[in-house]
Design a protein around this ligand. Structure first.
Ligand code: IPM
Ligand code: MG
Length: 356
């Protein structure tokens, strides 16, 4: 198959980790007889520096016209004080919105080889953690109206958090369908004891749950979820939640896996177009040092093959290669353990590619 991939390396460690994922994709193309064609587009701070905007219209068009998008990371202290309307993160939100990427899948998997790297005790981690966060990505407070105005002589800021039934229903469907393919267990996370958006969320999820009698469904409040993720993470299979709760809970969950550098993600639309990125940020403190962990990005490339290109065997091959690298004791600094071999970012990419 011939596929067009738009590549958005972005800022900080973005270009380094993306280069390793491309290395692995090229090896897959070689081995399985595919051809991947890459178009590079600037996004985030590097685009602000060059063009005065975090993504150009032309760049956005290239994303829309491709078969899928691979992203590194955006942002950094250099652009912390730019006008909010052109912040690096704005481009990321714009791509999510314009490509209709409403479903964000964030698998949280503790590889058994990294059990020691998890801050949780062995008896809590059990035989490994394997849960999936399904985060709504194009609604809620991220995209509601916002304003800052003067009221009675002081500034008042407001961010609206709107959710419509159809937005809740379509993410709910993705979650139920995904649960059917996994452990058939779904917890919907909300704050229905306080928020109207959560009450509508819960009502809609309950209605959907009747269509999926095989899925063991439950509601759980977001504050309790934050606690349960640490207390008893293996109780969860699939979690579905709104945009901001999902942002916060997925960072928390990532630590269960030992390092945020291990976590991939897929942002999916109604069609096959998707965007794939590690869930971590641009890590400006280690940018350019060739020590970042590229595995989250490499595993994101595997998700691209699985979800956008329907290449399950190829995706399996990447995941098996990552497993083998870990089995053989190779580690980047963030997941380094006693008795293991410390490798650089590019060496990690070479190793994964060599095992494909
Ligand atoms: C994420 C990030 C983004 C988000 C930021 C960079 C806007 O934290 O993908 O989790 O909040 O969605
Ligand atoms: Mg986040």
């Amino acid at each position: 198959m011939n596929k067009k991939i738009t590549v958005l390396p972005g800022d900080g460690i973005g270009p380094e980790i993306v280069a390793e994922a491309i290395k692995v994709l090229n090896k897959v193309a070689d081995q399985f007889g595919h051809s991947f064609e890459y178009t590079y587009v600037d996004i985030g701070g590097c685009s602000i520096d060059k063009y005065g905007v975090p993504i150009t219209d032309e760049g956005m068009k290239l994303c829309k016209e491709s078969d899928s998008v691979l992203l590194g990371a955006v942002g950094g202290p250099k652009w912390d004080n730019v006008d909010p309307s052109i912040r690096p993160e704005k481009a990321l939100l714009a791509v999510r919105k314009e490509l209709g990427l409403f479903a964000n899948l964030r698998p949280t998997k503790l590889f058994p080889q990294l059990a020691d790297a998890s801050p949780l005790k062995q008896e809590i981690v059990g035989n490994g953690i394997d849960l999936l966060i399904v985060r709504e990505l194009t609604g809620g407070v991220y995209f509601g109206q916002r304003k800052t105005e003067e009221v009675n002589g002081e500034l008042v800021a407001t961010d609206w958090m709107p959710y419509s039934e159809h937005e809740i229903e379509r993410i709910g469907r993705v979650a139920f369908e995904t649960a059917m393919k996994r452990g058939k267990k779904l917890a919907s996370v909300d704050k229905a004891n306080v928020l109207d958006t959560s009450r509508l969320w819960r009502k809609t999820m309950h209605r959907l749950s009747e269509e999926y009698p095989e899925v063991a469904y439950s509601d759980i409040l977001v504050d309790n979820t934050a606690m349960q993720l640490i207390k008893n993470p293996t109780q969860f299979d699939v979690l579905v939640t709104e945009n901001m709760f999902g942002d916060i809970l997925s960072d928390e969950a990532s630590m269960l896996t030992g390092s945020i550098g291990m976590m991939p993600s897929a942002s999916l639309s109604e069609g096959t177009l998707g965007m794939y990125e590690p869930i971590h940020g641009s890590a400006p403190d280690i940018a350019g040092m060739n020590i970042a962990n590229p595995l989250g990005t490499i595993l994101s490339a595997a998700m691209m093959l699985r979800y956008s290109f329907d290449m399950a065997k190829e995706a399996d091959a990447i995941e098996a290669a990552v497993n083998q690298v870990l089995d053989n004791g190779y580690r980047t600094g963030d997941i380094m353990q006693e008795g293991c071999k410390k490798v650089a970012c590019n060496e990690m990419g070479d190793l994964v590619a060599s095992y494909i």
